[in-house]
Design a protein around this ligand. Structure first.
Ligand code: PLP
Length: 412
């Protein structure tokens, strides 16, 4: 704890940051997986099978997620990041073309464009959801723009209908980074089904986990083909698709037609994913209950506010972000964050705007900071509260107690 956070006021003496007892003795993480006995059984069964990778579990998992989301095709990848790389490749993103995205996201959403020699361009966000601001999208589109990316920040789907219209009008491919939103709905439709391609992540803090893992969802057979190829070294085996086939080439013959990668998921992971998918509705239901309790309690706490949930959306609540409202916002955010950590409440910040990272400053925005005032303000006030399905009522109470105490001492 840095010393400038020490408060001299007598009234702050109840805070753990100033030496008082913390609200709880052990750290409550901001997110964590929930692994059941049947999850473990499914993984064990796969370990004892003939296949550890490229076996039947992968297609089973892909079919199950495609069915859940209501899309035709699903291609599992080794991570959400490699899924983004695959989706941008499938969209035929070329060197020096542009990918338009919001900066309130994990760096991978931008990095995957850099992998292909393309340039991420940042569009500002809505202040009350953190999602891309529709009103600002068109002014950022240039002749070089190829892909428009919506990010379902914190599990709240972005406005895919409007983004689709803009994408059609300007001949762009719409990709939604749905790493946070599997299990959410938008106008009654499942997140992950609303764009030309959507990507998912199965990292342990996400809606469901495979350890590491990701997926691309699409209704397009052309994208599906390219996604499969890219995942396995760019290799094609189907005889009717081979370009150099002649009478001397037997059934061994295959071709590497594109520069792909080994981005495969294992059967072990896919078995865990299928088992977790059966519990997804239960996970989302619990996340939504926790969010409801947080909302009720936050209404009585001054100096902070939650994000909104639009009336046509049911968020998957990957995160429960709050925004500090009391000025000076950035200083108060730092204080409240460190005070919550001292109470053993494992808060996080999502996200440092991507363009603020040194790599981006040096190589992407060349120290010309993009004009994203809402994203900067959002970042300066944001704190993500603990949110995961296995949180107990006592865990929730601890978060609320700590917030109330800190608000009374610091934000009145
Ligand atoms: C987690 C995440 C990713 C990357 O997923 P990994 O599986 O960790 O590679 C991409 N975008 C967003 C918004 C994420 O939260």
């Amino acid at each position: 704890m840095t010393s400038n956070l020490k408060l001299d006021t007598k009234t702050a003496s109840k805070l753990a940051i100033n030496g008082a007892e913390p609200v709880r003795q052990t750290l409550l993480p901001y997110g964590r997986q929930s692994i059941s006995k049947s999850d473990i059984e499914q993984v064990t069964k796969t370990l004892q099978s003939d296949w550890l990778t490229q076996g039947p579990e992968i297609e089973k998992f892909e079919a199950a997620v495609a069915k859940f989301a209501g899309v035709k095709y699903a291609v599992a990848y080794s991570s959400g990041t490699s899924a983004l790389h695959g989706a941008y490749f499938a969209a035929d993103l070329q060197k020096d073309q542009e990918v338009l995205l919001a900066p309130i996201t994990f760096a991978a959403t931008g990095n995957a464009a850099l992998y292909l020699g393309a340039n991420p361009v940042f569009c500002d966000v809505e202040p009350d959801t953190g999602n891309i601001d529709l009103a600002k999208v068109e002014s950022k589109i240039s002749k070089k723009t190829k892909i428009l990316v919506g990010i379902d920040f914190a599990g709240h789907p972005c406005d895919a209908d409007e983004l689709s219209q803009i994408a059609r009008k300007h001949n762009l491919v719409l990709i939604v980074d749905a790493a946070h939103s599997l299990g959410a709905t938008y106008k009654g439709k499942q997140a992950g089904s609303l764009a030309d391609m959507s990507i998912l992540s199965f990292h342990p803090v996400k809606s469901l986990t495979t350890g590491e893992g990701g997926m691309v969802l699409t209704n397009s057979p052309e994208y599906y083909d390219r996604l499969l190829k890219f995942r396995t070294h760019g290799i094609e085996k189907r005889r009717d698709k081979l370009v150099n086939l002649d009478e001397n080439q037997g059934s061994w013959y295959h071709e590497m037609q594109e520069l792909g990668y080994n981005y495969r998921i294992t059967d072990i992971q896919a078995a865990l994913g299928s088992s977790q998918l059966e519990r997804l509705s239960e996970f989302i239901k619990r996340r939504r209950q926790i969010a409801e309790t947080y909302r009720k309690e936050l209404a009585t706490i001054s100096g902070i506010k939650p994000l909104i949930e639009k009336e046509y959306v049911q968020s998957a609540y990957h995160l429960f972000p709050i925004l500090i409202t009391k000025d000076p916002v950035a200083a108060n955010r730092k204080l409240v964050f460190e005070a919550l950590r001292a109470e053993n409440i494992g808060v996080q910040v999502h996200y440092i705007p991507v363009y603020r990272h040194p790599y981006y400053q040096k190589n992407v925005v060349a120290n010309n900071k993009p004009d994203c005032p809402n994203a900067d303000r959002f970042y300066e006030g944001e704190i993500s509260l603990p949110m995961f399905p296995s949180m107990t009522e006592q865990d929730i109470k601890d978060v609320v107690t700590a917030l109330k105490k800190i608000s009374q001492e610091l934000l009145i």
